[in-house]
Structures are given as C-alpha cells and as structure tokens.
Design a protein around this ligand. Structure first.
Ligand code: GLP
Length: 240
C-alpha cells in the first residue's frame, strides 16, 4: 500500500520529500537518486537546495528516468540539459556521477542495455522520484507498457507530445521517440516517491493508487512496490 500524503501546496510537498532525501544522503553519502524531469519534482529540487548546505553531496549518484531520442544533448530541452540546470548545478552534484539515457541516434541500439548495466553497477536506485502524466504514464512508459519492461526506446503518444509542446516552439518540434527506464526498472528501485499537483492529474492519481493494476495506466505499477510514498495536493487527490 502506498503511503499517501495530501499537502496544501507544492512547496510543502517539496519540503517533505527533500527532508527525506537529505536524511538518505546523510546516512548514505553515495546514495543513488532516480531523478525525474517535468514540473512536479521541481519543488523537491528547490527545497533540497535550501537544505543541502553543509551536506556532503560529492559522492551522490543519479540516474534520470528518461530522455528524448534524436534531440542534441546540448538542446536546452534535452533531459540531460534539464537535469543539469535544475538539479546538478543548483545542488552542486558531480556531473560525472549523474547519468541520463543516451538518446543520440548513434548510441540508440545499445543505450538501453548500457543504462541498465550502469544502474546495476551502482547497486540500484535508492529513491526514485516520479511525476505522472495526465494519461498515467511514469517516466515515458505510455499506456500499454509492460510491467517487466527495462530501459528501451518508446514512441511518445500524441497526448504526451501535446503536454510537452509547451517546452518547444511547436508540437512539431517535440521528438517522436524517447528512451525511458522501463516499469520493471522503476519497480526495482528501493523506494518510490510520486508527486502530482493540480486537478489535471486527479484521474491519473486515482487510477495509479486505487484503480486496477493495469498496463493501460502505467502508474498503477506502483501498487506492486512495497515502499511507495505519494505526495499530492488536494486538487490532485480530489478523485481518491
Ligand atoms: C514528462 C516526463 C515524465 C513526467 C511527466 C509529467 O512526460 N517524461 O517523467 O512525469 O512529463 O510532467 P509534469 O510533472 O510537468 O506534469
């Protein structure tokens, strides 16, 4: 059963999760974080920035959930750039210890396997931060994704491309493909923290926590994990 924490606002959610992550890093200075992009985890990164002074983060490792395929790593909206800008630089993490899946066309044939091997070599992910898409996707595991899936290339749905078009000039600039940790990869993390805010996420949150465990709502995979915390505001919790 997931522990569900309903908070008045996103900054409160950020504080709760950041406190937990600071405890983890103090206990285990080489902790392995699973880093998510999107707007939902931003309050966590903001709150972490306020708490990280005096904490040794020099050995903290991190793995991003996903990456666009065929977008130059230097593009401002590649998840490599986003993670660098929003997490690595503000928190002073060592960029050499933070990985994102290789979304370059050259590397794509082997990128999934290599990413899985790197996660395994790091000893697995201690705490995986997750957002959820309006269609219930986690990472970029769109409806229909196998619960056993590992890091691999996927095609983005029209809905996700529309949702993410706000980061690009137009929807035509949103890549068609991505490489994402699989649901099976995510389920192997030692703990999961899912964040969601706003009415637009209410159906996805209700389905993930209370709906049938089904590939048609990939977020429902969290019900198979023993250590899950869901932190949501009242609007996102309104259909629970
Ligand atoms: C993208 C990311 C997901 C994220 C989702 C929701 O599709 N790949 O990891 O959970 O967006 O984003 P937001 O938190 O901005 O609503």
């Amino acid at each position: 059963m997931a522990e569900v924490i309903i908070v008045p606002d996103a900054p409160t959610a950020g504080s709760i999760v950041a406190d937990e992550l600071v405890r983890l890093i103090r206990r285990r200075p080489d902790a392995v974080l699973g880093l998510a992009t999107g707007s939902s985890p931003l309050p966590v990164y903001d709150a972490l920035r306020e708490r990280i002074e005096g904490v040794d983060v020099s050995r903290v490792r991190g793995f991003a959930l996903d990456e666009y395929v065929g977008l130059d790593a230097a593009h401002p909206e590649s998840y490599r750039s986003v993670i660098t800008r929003e997490v690595v630089e503000p928190l002073g993490l060592d960029p050499r210890l933070i990985r994102t899946p290789d979304g370059s066309l050259d590397g794509i044939a082997t990128a999934g396997e290599e990413y899985e091997a790197a996660i395994a070599e790091a000893g697995g992910i201690d705490a995986q931060i997750l957002g959820i898409g309006t269609d219930g996707h986690i990472g970029f595991n769109e409806p229909g994704s196998s619960f056993a899936s590992r890091t691999r290339v996927k095609t983005l749905t029209r809905q996700t491309r529309e949702d993410n078009a706000r980061f690009f000039e137009s929807i035509d600039d949103v890549p068609m493909h991505c490489i994402t940790q699989g649901l099976g990869t995510i389920l192997r993390a030692r703990s999961l923290v899912l964040l969601a805010f706003g009415e637009g996420k209410a159906d996805a949150v209700a389905g993930a926590i209370e709906g049938p465990v089904s590939a048609s709502l990939p977020g429902s995979a969290i019900q198979l994990h023993e250590h899950v915390t869901v932190v949501v505001d009242e609007a996102a919790a309104s259909r629970l």
